[in-house]
Ligand binder design. Structure first.
Ligand code: PLP
Length: 386
């Protein structure tokens, strides 16, 4: 049997061997990290080592890293009116979120839909800074803009957004889940106040994430109360093995960023040149924007993504469709809708995302499957809309 080619790294990345080794070692560590005896202290040490490793990825103080159960929880913690530079400051009344955020942000967290307002993006999927300035109207708000979009890969102008938000007296949260290992992630260069990360997007385990807060930023009410873990911000006995795996993946990424980014960029260029040569009418979303080196989101007139995903799967490849399936109904991606993409074209959106173990042979495999698929497409069979 031939090996499958995995092109869904933005959904989740395969586990890095270094993360697996760190987790296996941590699983055998007895002791609750809150206990003062030797076993407890050893478990605590594993967590603090990982905290330093994750902090190193973003260039922050380890004390500013709060471990969570994943990015969705970190986003929920970030989207709280209770963040302030000093205890006792008035709560933030409004939340502005870019229209291309992950559903865990679009929902508005503890602000709720009533106090959450979308910030539009342009046709390339990049947030419109003039609209952000107009929506703020000089008044403080919490603003959430992702660093790079999970569907199109479009990188957002975070530094500029931070200046606009801070001028109005607000705070900026950045969901940076898709960035590590692909583009540089310096907390200070971004100028953000809160940054979300997820272990499984970087080759760590699923079910672990972190929220990084600017030093001194205070949260009036924790999302999960309890035993005072994570500096009183997130109750619950820590997932020691998961956190150890997250730390190991972060340490590996920090040392390999430029090599992994250059590798995936070369593959992306080969992939997109191939797509254009085989099907000149292909549309690559966000192609004029600065994009993650590992992500291509494309469509073709007449293509139906759900059928194309099955066709690729049968040909031994895992790709993702840009359409979300909810309540049995396939709905066009909210990201592509926010970019003003024609709904018929959005229904055909396919996302191909790669990583360090993707090879040239995988790209050739993909292109030969696309050649066959597009022949059916152009003949009006199988993958086209009725
Ligand atoms: N934010 C973005 C941009 C994502 O792509 C994802 C994962 O799909 C999440 C948040 C949620 O991450 P997690 O699975 O760790 O909750």
């Amino acid at each position: 049997m031939t090996e499958r080619a995995y092109f869904d790294w933005n959904a989740t990345a395969p586990l890095r061997p270094a993360a697996r080794a760190a987790m296996l070692a941590a699983l055998d560590q007895a002791g609750n990290p809150s206990s003062v005896h030797a076993e407890g202290r050893a478990a605590r040490q594993l967590i603090e080592r990982a905290r330093s490793q994750v902090a190193g990825l973003a260039g922050v103080d380890p004390g500013d890293v709060i471990f969570t159960s994943g990015a969705s929880e970190a986003n929920a913690m970030a989207l709280s009116p209770g963040w302030s530079a000093r205890p006792g400051q008035p709560a933030l009344e409004r939340l502005l979120v870019s229209a291309i955020e992950h559903p865990s942000v679009l929902g508005g967290g503890r602000f709720g839909p009533g106090r959450t307002h979308p910030v539009p993006v342009n046709s390339q999927g990049v947030v419109a800074l003039d609209a952000l300035r107009a929506l703020l109207a000089g008044k403080p708000a919490l603003v959430s803009i992702m660093l790079a979009n999970n569907e199109t890969g479009a990188v957002q102008p975070i530094r500029e957004a931070a200046e606009i938000v801070h001028e109005a007296g607000g705070l900026l949260h950045v969901d940076a889940v898709q960035a590590p290992g692909r583009i540089s992630l310096s907390f200070n260069e971004l100028g953000a106040d809160l940054v979300t990360l997820s272990a499984h997007k970087i080759g760590g385990p699923k079910g672990v994430g972190a929220l990084i807060r600017r030093s001194g930023l205070h949260l009036s009410e924790p999302l999960i109360g309890g035993g005072g873990q994570e500096r009183g911000l997130r109750g619950g006995t820590e997932n020691v093995a998961g956190i150890a795996g997250f730390g190991a993946a972060a340490a590996e990424i920090a040392s390999r960023l430029s090599a992994e980014a250059a590798h995936t960029l070369r593959l992306r260029e080969r992939l997109e040149a191939g797509l254009r040569a085989i099907t000149p009418d292909v549309i690559i979303f966000g192609q004029s924007a600065d994009r993650l080196p590992n992500t291509t989101c494309f469509s073709h007139p007449g293509l139906r993504a759900e059928m194309a995903v099955i066709a690729f799967d049968l040909a031994g490849m895992s790709v993702s469709s840009g359409a979300a399936c909810s309540s049995g109904k396939v709905q066009p991606s909210t990201v592509l809708a926010a970019m003003g993409v024609d709904p018929a074209l959005a229904r055909g959106a396919i996302r191909v995302s790669t990583g360090f173990s993707t090879g040239d042979a995988d790209i050739e495999h993909f292109l030969s499957a696309w050649t066959k698929l597009s022949e059916s497409l152009l003949k009006g069979r199988n993958v086209i809309a009725a």
